[in-house]
Design a protein around this ligand. Structure first.
Ligand SMILES: [Zn+2]
Length: 426
């Protein structure tokens, strides 16, 4: 397993052992799938309630997407150790553990790592293996690599707010889009360009020297401007998972000496912590409820002028919207069968809490049951049925009252015929 003191004998990993070290702060490492050669893709979740659903944002870190870029996996192991060691000692560690669910997948490409090469065991570049928005790459699930399929099904299971993949070979925080429609190398921003630039800046500004880059202004770059790629993981996350993902290049050298890993960890530590903590410290958060039942509903949240939407969770109806601070936004919550609600907010540096209570739409509410937490079919009964029940209750009540009066009359007449005997004094 990874050495705690980063000794020169590094670049070794054994996550099941990691899982026995931090009792309570994470659930045992789980495998989200297997590589081509059958290695489990281990994930450890760090939280004060690991494995449980909470109305909190979830973040994921993925390392070693490219087999020959091992720094990410080593740094992620350090992050896991540090968080568990410093919970209730360090305010940032405590904030992250108590207010987020952090999922860490140190190596997505264990086969490529073993072979010391970029691609997986089939020599496929996993960061070109996702369905692409501009070109029909890998639209057929049967042609995707098992590592890619594992990530895609994981994102469908977990409700991630944001994520980052760690790479090596440069020093920059890269944000969507990664490709452009005409394949030209140019700035090609996604609808949430401002929010992504803010996220990338949180990373670069907290880094030891990333923001001082001579190549990339502020240490951040739009993917298509740097070099366009297609079939990347980052864009797919944003489009299909509603998950704001960055691609972080954290070391100019792909295979640094093991003795340098501790330095690289220290240089990236505050960036990693601040990026995860930004999910709690900034942005707009809240829950969406149905006005008639008071129950949480998995509605959607949109911001006027930004062509993207994020969804609230099914269990708690909670949403977590990353937005660049210091701006005014018109926020709209909606859900099929309900009347949308909108409000204008001024988002400062701090996070804002904003709950929505949606009124059922008159026509749809009578015909469409409300989805519920368990997904079972016990939706809200239409109003007419509830009214019929009310009349039935009143009828039964009237019948019981009549029975009671009749019974009382019979008792009193019997008492009149047989008066109780007087006590006898001896
Ligand atoms: Zn890479």
């Amino acid at each position: 397993m990874f050495q705690r003191d980063i000794s020169p004998v590094c670049y070794k990993l054994h996550l099941p052992i990691l899982s026995s070290l931090f009792e309570g702060l994470h659930k045992p490492a789980i495998s989200i799938g297997k590589s081509v050669n059958g290695s489990p893709l281990w994930v450890v979740e760090i939280s004060d309630k690991p494995g449980q659903r909470e109305a909190e944002p979830a973040f994921k870190f993925i390392g070693n997407v490219h087999g020959d870029e091992p720094v990410g996996r080593e740094v992620l192991m350090q992050l896991a150790y540090w968080l568990c060691d410093n919970y209730l000692k360090d305010p940032l560690a405590t904030l992250i553990v108590e207010n987020t669910h952090l999922h860490i997948l140190p190596t997505l490409n264990p086969d490529g790592f073993a072979l010391r090469r970029r691609g997986n065991a089939n020599n496929i570049d996993l960061n070109r293996d996702f369905p692409d928005q501009f070109f029909p790459i890998n639209d057929d699930i049967n042609y995707r690599q098992p590592e890619t399929r594992a990530i895609m099904s994981w994102i469908k299971q977990e409700h991630f707010t944001a994520s980052a993949t760690l790479h090596g070979g440069a020093l920059v925080a890269n944000y969507p889009w990664d490709g452009s429609r005409d394949k030209r190398k140019q700035y090609y921003g996604c609808p949430d360009d401002k929010a992504f630039r803010y996220m990338a800046s949180v990373y670069s500004q907290s880094h030891y020297n990333m923001s001082l880059s001579k190549e990339f202004r502020g240490g951040i770059t739009n993917g298509a401007l740097w070099y366009p790629i297609y079939g990347g993981m980052q864009d797919w996350n944003y489009i299909h998972g509603g998950c704001f993902e960055l691609t972080l290049e954290i070391s100019d050298v792909k295979w640094p000496k093991a003795s340098e890993l501790l330095v690289i960890w220290k240089q990236n530590k505050m960036s990693m912590l601040n990026l995860v903590a930004s999910l709690v410290k900034t942005g707009v958060h809240g829950r969406i409820f149905a006005a008639d039942t008071g129950r949480p509903i998995p509605g959607s949240l949109m911001v006027k002028g930004i062509d993207s939407k994020i969804s609230a969770s099914r269990t708690f109806g909670d949403y977590h919207r990353i937005l660049a601070p210091g701006e005014s936004y018109e926020v709209v919550a909606s859900m099929e069968g309900f009347t949308p609600k909108r409000t204008r907010i001024m988002l400062e540096r701090e996070a804002m809490n904003l709950d929505f209570i949606l009124d059922p739409d008159g026509t749809n509410a009578q015909t469409k049951p409300l989805p519920n937490d368990c997904g079972c079919d016990d939706g809200i009964k239409p109003f007419l049925i509830r009214e019929a029940y009310l009349w039935l209750y009143l009828l039964v009540l009237f019948f019981l009252l009549a029975l009671y009066l009749l019974f009382r009359r019979r008792i009193s007449s019997r008492l009149a015929r047989n008066p109780p005997k007087r006590p006898v004094a001896i």
